[in-house]
Design a protein around this ligand. Structure first.
Ligand SMILES: *[C@@H]1O[C@H](CO)[C@@H](O)[C@H](O)[C@H]1NC(C)=O
Ligand SMILES: *[C@@H]1O[C@H](CO)[C@@H](O)[C@H](O)[C@H]1NC(C)=O
Ligand SMILES: *[C@@H]1O[C@H](CO)[C@@H](O)[C@H](O)[C@H]1NC(C)=O
Ligand SMILES: *[C@@H]1O[C@H](CO)[C@@H](O)[C@H](O)[C@H]1NC(C)=O
Length: 407
């Protein structure tokens, strides 16, 4: 009788023990998975269904390999985030996820005066970025002036050389912050220009006191030009540099550029435009694999973000990015996202994200002819393979009503 009872107890305890063990193993596994960021190179495009949409879906793995070391160290006081993007890749939306965070010091294109031409002032723009990382705004007036002297730009936006910051409409938080500190508050207009130049001492102070500094930059064309800066960050104890890199289907980027009057891309030069874009993307992918894969990095880390995924799942993308930088997703960003992408009553530039993702992702299919799509695909073959964007071959594939696969 007693033995049977004892056996039963033993049996129950064994079951319990095994369950705890399994629980522990699962916990450790997911904890580990949550902290590493691996984008596995795969050849999955072979196994993809051609009628599925030709880009990453939640069930597919993204392709170029980077293994990301755990960077969090107790000594870190500041985080610098560099949002790198290509023109027409949805970077304004991405940037707003930080502009709407009152705790972040955010600038929308601080390298504006350096122009999009990659071979102009290449060293100078990297130097300028380095000063910005140090919150050294005192050099900005002369840096901007020098750049405009070389490029000769005199358009509306170029007035920022007199104001020490460009693009006022995306800096509401910063200007509010500035005016709460400055003895002489400055009025800035929505479409650019301020009554008086912003005081660079105050800008430097706001920046240095911020534990999260975020710059959205389109004008660093080649990531390898940042190698020395990145190496230097690896030696620093009190600061981390996080690079978030936004990609988009090159066919969609080119289609979007064709609509822009001021962009030089036309149907006549579409092949050159695609070649330039995809060569740049390819160089950057290669650099990422070389820099972050070659050695274990502690003070710099890298996260690729895909436009299509961001459009489909803006909330999850915001969470992913804040998780990557090791900060909680602020309530203000959640509310902004909630309002701009989900509320039926709202209006604004970002409605296509979330609510109308399908069309923003697929518009290029209607916008360019199959012939031109093939021209882009030829120039972008390697990049599209690496980024796992599927190519189209037949007219029919352009018109198929393709459903987005959501998780
Ligand atoms: C491809 O996807 C479509 C739509 O999702 C489905 O109807 C079809 O059966 C799939 N074909 C293959 C070979 O998996
Ligand atoms: C630049 O700013 C000045 C005022 O500081 C203004 O008069 C001028 O029209 C602006 N230039 C352009 C091209 O908008
Ligand atoms: C800028 O701000 C600093 C600190 O408030 C002040 O000492 C300095 O005089 C200001 N400079 C200008 C040109 O107003
Ligand atoms: C999003 O909006 C809905 C409807 O207005 C509201 O109920 C919800 O609390 C909002 N969520 C956030 C995070 O702001």
């Amino acid at each position: 009788m007693f033995r049977r009872y004892f056996k039963k107890i033993c049996f129950i305890w064994t079951i319990l023990f095994v369950q705890i063990l399994i629980g522990l193993v699962l916990f450790l596994f997911y904890k580990h998975r949550g902290t590493e960021r691996i984008i596995a190179r795969s050849s999955f495009s072979n196994s993809l269904n051609r009628t599925q949409i030709p880009f990453e879906t939640s069930s597919t793995v993204h392709p170029f390999t980077v293994s990301f070391p755990e960077a969090a160290q107790p000594t870190v006081k500041r985080k610098l985030v560099l949002l790198l993007a290509y023109k027409r890749s949805g970077s304004s939306f991405l940037g707003e996820m930080f502009n709407n965070n009152p705790a972040a010091f955010y600038l929308f294109e601080p390298l504006f005066p350096f122009t999009r031409q990659c071979d102009v002032l290449q060293v100078e723009r990297v130097d300028a970025l380095n000063e910005l990382f140090k919150c050294n705004f005192k050099v900005i007036p002369s840096v901007y002036r020098t750049a405009f002297e070389v490029t000769g730009h005199t358009d509306f936006w170029s007035n920022c050389s007199k104001n020490n910051i460009c693009f006022y409409e995306r800096h509401a938080n910063l200007l509010q912050n500035y005016n709460s500190i400055s003895k002489t508050p400055v009025k800035c207009y929505k479409r650019g220009g301020c009554e008086t130049p912003l005081n660079t001492t105050i800008l430097s102070n706001i920046c240095s006191r911020s534990s999260l500094v975020v710059y959205k930059v389109l004008r660093i064309c080649d990531l390898y030009t940042l190698e020395a800066i990145l190496d230097n960050f690896e030696k620093k104890q009190d600061v981390e540099l996080k690079v978030i890199h936004l990609f988009r289907d090159p066919r969609a980027i080119i289609a979007s550029k064709l609509h822009l009057k001021e962009d030089e891309t036309t149907l006549e030069n579409i092949d050159q435009s695609a070649r330039r874009l995809c060569q740049q993307m390819l160089n950057n992918i290669n650099f990422v694999n070389h820099f972050w894969k070659a050695k274990s990095r502690r003070r710099t880390s890298y996260l690729p973000i895909f436009f299509e995924k961001m459009a489909e799942e803006p909330f999850a993308t915001a969470e992913k990015m804040y998780d990557f930088i090791g900060e909680p997703l602020p309530q203000s960003v959640q509310s902004w996202l909630n309002f701009s992408v989900t509320q039926k009553t709202s209006s604004g530039p970002f409605l296509t994200f979330g609510r109308d993702a399908h069309s923003v992702i697929n518009n290029w299919r209607k916008d360019i002819s199959l012939l031109n799509i093939k021209v882009i695909q030829d120039q972008c073959d390697e990049v599209m393979n690496k980024l796992a964007y599927l190519k189209v071959t037949f007219q029919k594939e352009l018109h198929d009503d393709i459903n987005i696969i959501l998780s």
